[in-house]
Write a protein that binds this ligand. Structure first.
Ligand code: L34
Length: 294
């Protein structure tokens, strides 16, 4: 079998055009647009690339889009003050601080300072709690993107054996919490494997849906995958440079070999990444509509 490749790029484009229609209508009616600020600290090339993607997409959709880039040596206090400034700004509906932050800054302190109503990443403990009890205000962007890809790619999620590789706050924990909830695009049986797992492939081989956020190239090889599984590759590893001098990207899955065994697979680049950005746009739209009481 050779898998159907789900293009996150195409699905993302589709959802973005749906969002654009709604934003244009709301602008006409309310004479206002969604506002998103993305705070970037330092010059990590991966972060610069992702944040630029977010800022540009927001601009394309007609948002008030601000990229606030700060030097690597900004103090924690200064960063907290910056977050507070945007919390209080009525033209801003989404406040995002790109991770990772430099070591001298306590990330959780910064994330906890974001107004939960503007926390379009869904990382604030209040929003994590809402997600866990099934009352999510904002679904975290990468997991929300994964769920959309599964649903729009035609995977049967309800009743599926899902195995999540990795337990991060950004991907592993929230996708687990989303997929075992009752409801559309969920209702699955979810197992989480991580660096403390004794026999990783015993679990991954059982998966109807395998979600890989391990942060390591080729963490998943073909022998670890069940014939016909749907494989979502969340990893983005910079593995070298292309002849044109651009970063060469690989996921966490041995794509060429796993593709021959899976029924569905997402590529890297052009898979989950563009969906993360799109779901951020969706969350910002939700926050803006909430602010209008819609
Ligand atoms: N606060 N920090 C916060 N929120 C997030 O949701 C993120 N994440 C992760 C890192 N830190 C964060 C992202 O934005 C990962 N991530 C992310 C976003 C976009 C892309 C990848 C990861 C993406 O657009 N990937 C493209 C390739 C981009 C490139 O060439 O560098 C792709 O096609 O996969």
């Amino acid at each position: 079998m050779s898998a159907k490749v789900i293009s996150g790029k195409e699905v993302a484009q589709q959802i973005r055009s749906e969002i654009k229609v709604e934003v244009d209508q709301l602008k006409e009616k309310h004479n206002a647009v969604p506002g998103l600020v993305t705070i970037l600290v330092g010059e990590n090339p991966a972060s610069v690339s992702y944040v630029t993607g977010k800022t540009n997409t927001a601009k394309e959709l007609g948002y008030n889009s601000i990229q606030d880039t700060q030097s690597e040596d900004i103090t924690e206090e200064q960063l907290l003050a910056l977050v507070d400034k945007y919390n209080k700004d009525d033209s801003i509906h989404g406040v995002l601080v790109q991770l990772p932050l430099p070591k001298h800054i306590d990330s959780s302190k910064v994330l906890n300072a974001i107004d939960p109503d503007k926390d379009v990443d869904g990382f604030h403990p209040v929003n994590v709690g809402r997600l866990v009890v099934g009352e999510a205000l904002f679904k975290p962007c990468t997991p929300a993107g994964i769920q959309e890809l599964l649903v729009r790619g035609g995977a049967q999620v309800s009743g599926a054996e899902v195995v999540v590789v990795g337990r991060s706050n950004i991907v592993g924990k929230p996708i687990t919490n989303m997929l075992f909830q009752k409801g559309e695009g969920a209702n699955a049986t979810v197992t989480v494997v991580h660096t403390g797992t004794k026999d990783m492939s015993a679990h991954t081989k059982r998966a109807d849906i395998l979600i890989v956020a391990a942060g390591k190239p080729k963490a998943i090889t073909a022998d670890m995958v069940k014939e016909g599984a749907a494989v979502i590759d969340v990893g983005v590893n910079r593995v070298g440079t292309t002849p044109e001098g651009k970063a060469k990207l690989n996921g966490d899955v041995d794509y060429e070999n796993v593709k021959e065994k899976a029924s569905l697979i997402t590529p890297v680049p052009g898979g989950v990444g563009p969906m993360t950005i799109t779901m951020l746009m969706k969350n910002t739209l939700v926050s803006y509509k909430n602010s209008l009481g819609l």
